[in-house]
Design a protein. Structure first.
Lengths: 668, 280
């Protein structure tokens, strides 16, 4: 679901990023209020947890595997606001250090995976589970339904973001400038995969994980203290409104008639499966009607004024939605005294299990101080070993374990290897990280506008020269950049060379009846798209491969980013390795006890339990880290001694990069 | 008669439990003098780490009183920033798991974390980092990230981060745990030197063979979270029955010359141990 750079138009990326700004601001405020100095370790470890969970492979349909996102799970555990921040940090780490998702598309990726997903998932869960007690087994089912709907809502938004590209951004002759396929293609492709494969897998894993945590006495968000009643109502309201806001583009697509150029019937049917009336909260109709008007205006805007109009309309629309939300909350906020008198449905539960220090998060499971490895039930696999053995005949082997283990190992190795490349002496390694970050971000932004093949080839050559002079072997660049680009973008871009997608002068006729040919404009569009993505990803890789982690972090300070975000980012990366090791140990333990094969269901159950256990460790670890920080006098801000001096070479580099960017813009 | 102000810590009938009625400490009364070296002995889960966290003002007892350097230590007194800063400057805590203590991006920032939080000027902090790093032989590792360190190096950096604050009291949670014999020797040596320089050492451990070097006095916590014995460490370590009751001994077959037998004991790496007169 990670959108790479240069697939979306820059204006779409900016619009999505702008939509995230108020969400991040609100999330930061809420989390700070709820958690105080505890926020930093908890968010960092939550993000590291998410990263690790995304490397798990869930056995899915027909021997395939899908990876969970666990966004809904994180929201169920820590609350939707903390989930927004935690997932945003995870996505930043993936984009910055592992080349997963673009740098410019970071906002768009956050919008789908760190906002739509946890909020939709959490709202569904909160709505369904509002009358259930903290330990009710049905909570796990609610979480599973939330997870299923959440991941599909996010997939649908990705499909919409991609699918509107060809309609909004194309050259006069109809060739797509960015992503080549319309909604007709993207919606079924994204939703098909998520409704059938990733969704069910995610739902089962979420349910098992929630069940495990209830059994282990780890409290879920919002189930703790009786005063939570008022807070929870407001939480629900917020969650519901934001979910509606996130879903509104879907609501409008359901009225496919407005978008005449698409296969409306099929589309509407698809939308109904996602958006179906089963789960849209009450009042959805009203909000949908509002959003419908908003976006139809937007569409008109877009067709008349082109991309810049679209951007304006998007910002305007987002402003309206946020304004409405604020008014809604002001009006509907329960009076303090009224809230106090409302009896809590789960009051008894709350009293029994209220957390020790009046904090919003339960810490009671951290029983024996530092020994967090022994205080949780070990991944509860007892009694299942025999089933594994006897089950030899059917079901997939433990491939998903092997595959997950490989991914843990490679992520850990990448983290370590990155430091070695960054330490060798080459051209880019010698430059100040601040100069590098500014220049490469600028270049990536410019590349997004370039559509002339020659310019793109020249830029490709430039990336190769830079790689060689920085002692990065071409083979390594090929493996890190061009292979993934060829596989993932190539498989998308090449079909757009066909006459079905891009009509025009045929270069090679594949079949006359029905007519199918590779067209000249189609091939050019596909090449341009691939080159552009390749160059953008190369620039990002050059930046991250030649810059050590701590240098990159200190360089990020030149960007207008909140300090909290940077500290959490630093700490997340730090504890990633610790959690990867913990997860790998669980998997090795599982493999060593497994004889023969496991059914898919057993595999998913194991993963759910592992995720539960891993989260237990995560929370315990975050408590310990917090204690360790307090013990050395932590009071909210982290200082650093790491400093670098700006040299003339850095200014020369910055100037060169500026000239290259201007040239690329001139011949774009 | 010592006054309370001369003591590092005084505990009166302290009880602590983690929510849901899980007891961690029951009715603990204890005095720790300044400049003393004391060991807290007990099996896993008997409350050693909890006791250290109470002493470091990270947890607060549900009942009983706790004073540090003659002043009451509670959530209320530590809420005042100047008091908190003064207290944190005097007491350092080495965590059992070094990973939890290494949360900064580089070794340099890790060692500088405490002094920077205390508001020391940056150049003074930089100088202190250099000194502490030199003491621990970490100078070449200053720009490394914590996950590039070995287990022994992590422990060193964690201790360096604590010592950079230059505290009067060191709370040590299983300081030798997970280290190879050579590093253990190095660490015990260093701690002995720190004690000679006037630091108070409070060591929580279940690993008995370093106790004679790390502590003059010891308290034994039982598995029901109470103090069952207190006294000079040499006397307590000779009392095998007490240690067995606290689950600090192990039993397995072993050989002395031609004699192969089995009895509860603890031993150092060369398997040297004492015998009860009535063991066959």
């Amino acid at each position: 679901m990670h959108i790479p750079d240069s697939v979306l138009s820059p204006s779409t990326s900016i619009a999505a990023g702008a939509a995230m700004l108020p969400v991040w601001a609100m999330a930061g405020r809420r989390v700070r209020r709820d958690l105080g100095t505890r926020q930093m370790p908890l968010l960092a470890l939550g993000a590291a947890f998410c990263f690790t969970v995304m490397l798990f492979n869930i056995p899915a349909l027909g021997g395939t595997t899908a990876h969970p996102i666990a966004g809904t799970l994180l929201a169920v555990l820590l609350g939707p606001w903390a989930a927004v921040l935690g997932l945003s940090v995870t996505l930043a780490i993936q984009a910055l250090f592992f080349g997963d998702g673009g740098l410019l598309t970071y906002g768009a990726n956050c919008f789908t995976m760190a906002f739509v997903l946890p909020f939709v998932g959490y709202s569904v869960y909160a709505l369904l589970a509002r009358r259930l007690s903290a330990g009710a087994p049905a909570r796990a089912v609610c979480a599973a339904i939330g997870a299923y709907i959440g991941i599909n809502a996010a997939a649908a938004v990705v499909a919409v973001l991609l699918g509107i590209q060809p309609a909004l951004f194309h050259e006069p002759d109809g060739r797509a400038l960015y992503f080549p396929f319309g909604l007709k293609v993207t919606l079924p492709a994204m939703l098909g995969a998520h409704l059938l494969i990733a969704g069910p897998a995610e739902a089962v894993v979420t349910a098992v994980a929630v069940r495990y945590m209830q059994a282990a006495g780890i409290m879920l968000y919002g189930t703790a203290a009786p005063p939570g009643t008022a807070a929870r109502r407001q939480e629900m309201l917020w969650a519901g409104l934001l979910a509606l806001c996130a879903l509104s583009p879907l609501g409008l697509l359901a009225r496919g008639e407005a978008w005449g150029e698409w296969d409306t019937q099929g589309l509407a049917a698809k939308i109904r499966t996602v958006e179906g009336h089963t789960y849209v909260p009450k009042g959805a109709a009203r909000a949908e009607a509002h959003a419908y008007k908003g976006i139809r205006g937007l569409r008109d805007y877009a067709s008349e004024r082109g991309a810049s109009g679209y951007l304006g309309a998007a910002v305007l629309g987002i402003g309206t939605i946020v304004g409405l939300l604020l008014i809604g909350v002001r009006v509907l906020r329960p009076h303090p005294s009224a809230a106090a008198s409302i009896p809590s449905p789960s009051q008894e539960e709350g009293e029994k299990t209220s957390p020790p220090r009046g904090c919003a998060y339960p810490l009671s499971f951290v029983r024996r101080g530092g020994d967090f490895n022994s205080n949780l039930p070990s991944p509860v696999m007892e009694g299942r070993g025999s089933r594994d053995g006897g089950d030899g005949a059917r079901g997939p082997s433990l491939r998903f374990l092997e595959r997950s283990l490989e991914e843990f190992a490679s992520a850990g190795a990448a983290a370590l290897a990155g430091e070695t490349w960054a330490r060798s002496s080459g051209l880019l390694q010698r430059l100040d990280p601040r100069a590098k970050i500014v220049s490469f971000l600028g270049l990536i932004a410019v590349v997004a506008y370039v559509s002339r093949p020659l310019t793109l080839l020249a830029l490709t050559a430039l990336t190769l020269v830079l790689a060689l002079s920085s002692r990065l072997s071409p083979g390594r660049m090929a493996r890190r950049v061009w292979l993934p680009v060829l596989f993932f973008i190539g498989s998308l871009a090449l079909p757009s060379a066909l006459s079905w997608v891009t009509p025009g002068r045929p270069l090679l006729i594949l079949s006359r009846q029905p007519y199918l040919a590779i067209t000249a404009p189609g091939l050019e569009a596909a090449t341009v798209l691939m080159l552009r993505v390749g160059v953008a990803v190369s620039f990002a890789a050059l930046l991250t491969m030649t810059t050590g982690w701590s240098d990159l972090l200190s360089a990020l300070r030149v960007l207008p980013l909140p300090r909290l975000f940077l500290h959490v980012l630093a700490m997340t990366y730090r504890y990633l390795v610790v959690l990867l090791q913990a997860a790998a140990e669980m998997f090795v333990a599982r493999r060593s006890r497994a004889v023969g094969r496991a059914t898919r269901a057993q595999g998913r159950e194991f993963l759910g339990v592992s995720i539960g256990a891993l989260f237990g460790k995560t929370l315990a670890l975050s408590e310990e880290v917090h204690a360790a920080m307090l013990s050395r006098g932590f009071h909210g801000q982290i200082g650093t001694l790491t400093e670098r001096r700006w040299r003339r070479a850095d200014s020369v580099w910055l100037l060169t990069a500026l000239l290259v960017a201007l040239a690329a813009w001139r011949w774009r | 008669m010592q006054t309370e102000a001369n003591n590092a810590f005084t505990l009166h009938n302290v009880c602590y439990r983690y929510g849901e009625g899980v007891d961690a400490l029951e009715d603990i009364s204890l005095t720790i003098g300044q400049g003393e070296k004391i060991a807290i002995l007990g099996a896993n889960g008997c409350g050693k780490s909890t006791l250290l966290k109470l002493l470091d003002g990270l947890l607060f007892p549900q009942s009983g009183t706790l004073t540090a350097f003659g002043e009451s230590l509670s959530a209320k007194t530590l809420a005042d920033e100047t008091t908190a800063c003064r207290f944190r400057r005097r007491v350092g805590y080495l965590f059992q798991n070094a990973d939890v203590q290494l949360f900064c991006p580089t070794v340099r920032d890790e060692i500088a974390f405490g002094p920077l939080q205390m508001g020391l000027p940056r150049d003074e902090v930089a100088q202190r980092v250099q000194e502490v790093a030199a003491l621990f032989g970490l100078t070449s590792l200053l720009d490394r990230t914590p996950f590039q360190l070995s287990g022994g190096e992590k422990k060193k950096v964690a201790l360096a981060g604590v010592l950079a604050i230059n505290p009067d009291v060191l709370l040590l949670d299983e300081p030798t745990g997970g280290l190879d014999p050579r590093s253990q020797g190095w660490l015990v040596d260093l701690l002995a030197r720190l004690h000679a320089a006037g630091k108070t050492l409070v060591t929580a451990t279940h690993d008995l063979h370093h106790v004679p070097l790390l502590a003059d006095r010891a308290v034994v916590l039982s598995e029901d979270h109470r103090i069952v014995a207190e006294g000079p460490s040499a006397v307590l370590l000779a009392d095998l029955r007490l240690l067995e009751a606290a689950n600090l001994l192990h039993m397995h077959l072993h050989r002395h010359g031609d004699l192969i037998h089995s009895h509860p004991h603890f031993h150092s790496y060369d398997h040297e141990h004492t015998h009860d007169e009535n063991t066959p």
